[in-house]
Design a protein around this ligand. Sequence first.
Ligand code: HEM
Length: 372
Amino acid sequence: MHLQLGQLSHVIISTPEAANRGQEVDKLVLDLRRASADASGVVDLSRMVEKLSAAVISRALFGTIRGLNQAFLTVADNISDVLSGFRMSDLYPSLTFLPVLSGFEGKLKSMREGASSILDAIIDERRSKRSSSRSSREGGEEEEEEDYLVDVLLKIQENPDQIIKAVTLELFLAGGHTSANLIEWTMSEMMKQPRVMQKAQDEVRQAFDEKGDVDEVGLHGLEYLDCVVKEGLRLHPPGPLLLPRESREDAKLCGYMVPVGTKVVVNAWAIGRDPRYWSDAEEFYPERFVDCSIDYKGNDFQFVPFGAGRRMCPGYGFGIEVVKLTLANLLFHFSWRLPGDSRPESLDMTETVGASIARKYPLRVIPVPYRP
Ligand code: HEM
C-alpha cells in the first residue's frame, strides 16, 4: 500500500503479509461455512463484512493486540457513527454555538479522549515489541521484524505520538467502513441480478478451480470482476459527498458565483448517476466498463468514487484489493440465495441518508458451499 499523508512524504505497507488481509478473509469463509450448516443457514452478511474490513484495517495498522484491538474498534466505530449524517450545524455553520448546545462537540471530545488513551496503549505495546525484537536480534536470535503502519511511523523518529495517533485514527475511520460498504452494495446488486452473479462466479471459478482457492495474484486477471466493482462504485460510492472543500478565491462554476471561503460539496453519487454521462444510469450493468478507459483514478470527472486532485483517497489501491479479494472469495466458495421464497428483484435496496450511504436493512442471505 502506498499512501501520501500530509507531513509524511510516503508511507509504504509493503506486503500483503503486513496487511494480512488473506487471513481475515479466510476466517470469513470459515464463519460462513459454519453458518451454512445451521438450520436456517441465513447470515447477516452486512455485519460480517463490516467486521472483516475493520479487522483487515486494524491488522494493517498495528497487528493484533489482544484486548486493545476490540476496545479501539468500538471507540472508532462510535466516532464514525457520530460523524456520519448531517446536523443542524452543517446547515447553519455561522451559528457556531449549535455544536456546543446540541452536545455534539462534547460527545466528540470524550470519544477522542477515549480513542487517544487506547492508541497510547497500542503505541506503547508496539514500542516494547520492537525493542524486545531488537534485543533478540542483537543477542543473535533469529527474529523477524513485523512492519505494521504504526511501526513504520515509529521508525521515523521525528514523529511525535500525537501525529501517529491522528494518522492511525484517520486511516481507520477512512478505510474501514468504506470497503465494507462497497462489498455489501456490490453483493446486493448481484443478488438482485443473478445473471451478473453467475457471470462473475463463472470467471472466478474458472480462474481458481484448479488451485481450489483464491489468491491475490490471480485477482488481476479477473476482468469482469473489475467491471462489477467499478459498477458498484458508480452506483454506490461509499463516500458519496467526498471531503468538503473551501474555495480559495471567487470562482464561477456552471453559471453560479462561488465566493471565496464557500464550503463546496461534490456529489459523487449524483455524478455517477447523471444520464448525460451514463446510459441507463440507474441500471447495474457492469458491461458498460468493458473496453472502456474510464477509471476511478481521479482523471475522469464523470466517475469520482475516490475523489480527485490533492485530497483524493490515498488508500484506493488497498481498498480495491480488499474488496476484490473478498468478493472473489464469496463468489468462489459459495452460491447465494435469498431467505424464504424472496425473489431477487424484490430485494430491498433502501439507502440510509448521511455522509455515507449504507443499506437501511442488513443484507440477509444464505450461503451454499460450492464444495463440501
Ligand atoms: C473502497 C474503499 C474506499 C473508498 C470508496 C474511499 C473513498 C474515499 C473518498 C471519496 C475520499 C475523499 C476524496 C476527496 O474528497 O477527493 C477518501 C479520502 C481518504 N481515504 Fe479513502 N476510500 C476507500 C478506502 C480507503 C482505505 C482502505 C484507506 C486507508 C487505508 C483510505 C484512506 C483515506 C484517507 C486517509 C482519506 C483522506 C485524505 C485527505 O484527508 O486528504 N481510504 N476516501
